[in-house]
Write a protein that binds this ligand. Structure first.
Ligand code: NAD
Length: 257
């Protein structure tokens, strides 16, 4: 039995992951805005620092796993909030909790990115430079000044950058003995997707885009990949992005992998 911390545990993919991890006998320290073991707002530095401190206190400084699911969709206003949660809500928890993971047993971490991470490749990602230098206000301002494109830019740009941030940590985390990977879901039936479908700015585009496997994923199908990545059968998988998207990536980028 191991002890794992999990953000976004109250809903959607995070809730399904929590259920699956509990069923597998693990101890979970859940983090979310309300109603979790640790209530914290990951959209600002103080909330993120409080979340890290509370996890360290609860786990006694030793963690066997970390799953970062908390995130906001492209419909959320202002776009700077999306950037803060989706990027800094991941990188600051990764860096703050690595020492505890190093003390854990066969420790591993999984970050939930998105298939949208490939829509704004790093070289064309307007947020890349600001995010890489840790400029939260600057990156948020770029997204907010993008007008009608702001939501898409904030979501795809933050997801691209968070996948890059994970891959850039592969060397140091490997040396530290902690595996770190991302999962990139396509459309998953959760409240986040529902809000996007209901938003007049995004709904039609989401409906028009049909994956080769023409349905939405169930949150449990993403949780299954997360559990696999955390477990011993994934012992040589590190720095990878596992796409769970019903074939969207193959459809849109058949020659890039
Ligand atoms: N649903 C999809 O189609 C889809 C597709 C690709 C990627 N994803 C990603 O999967 C992850 C989980 O999304 P979901 O679809 O389960 O959404 P969801 O809205 O059901 O769950 C997200 C959770 O994150 C929490 N959260 C949001 N802002 C927070 C903050 N400031 N502080 C603390 N917690 C916060 C929410 O309270 C919620 O419990 C997200 O990172 C999302 O970008 C979702």
């Amino acid at each position: 039995m191991s002890t794992l911390a999990l953000t976004g545990c109250a809903s959607g993919i995070g809730a399904a992951t929590r259920t699956a991890l509990l069923a597998a006998g693990h101890t979970i320290i859940g983090i979310d805005r309300h109603g979790a073991d640790i209530d914290a707002d990951l959209s600002n530095p103080a909330g993120r620092a409080a979340a890290v401190a509370a996890v360290l206190e609860r786990c006694g400084g030793v963690l066997d796993g970390l799953v970062l699911c908390a995130g906001l969709g492209a419909h959320v206003e202002p776009p700077s909030l999306v950037v803060s949660v989706n990027y800094f809500g991941v990188t600051e928890l990764l860096d703050g909790l690595l020492p505890a993971l190093q003390r854990g047993r066969d420790a591993a971490a999984v970050v939930v990115s998105s298939v949208a991470s490939t829509q704004l490749p790093w070289a064309r990602n307007p947020l890349a430079a600001a995010l890489e230098r840790g400029d939260e206000a600057g990156a948020g301002a770029i997204a907010c000044q993008a007008g009608a494109r702001g939501g898409h830019l904030a979501y795809a740009g933050s997801k691209n950058a968070v996948t890059v941030a994970v891959r850039r940590r592969a060397a140091s985390w490997g040396a530290a003995g902690v595996r770190l990977n991302t999962v990139a879901p396509g459309a998953v039936a959760t409240p986040l997707l529902r809000a996007g479908l209901d938003d007049p700015r995004f709904g039609q585009a989401i409906r028009d885009f049909v994956a080769p496997i023409a349905r939405h994923a169930r949150p449990e199908e993403i949780a299954a990949m997360i559990l696999f990545l955390l477990g011993p059968d994934a012992g040589f998988i590190h720095g990878a992005q596992m796409v769970v998207d019903g074939g969207v990536d193959a459809l849109t980028r058949p020659t890039e992998f």
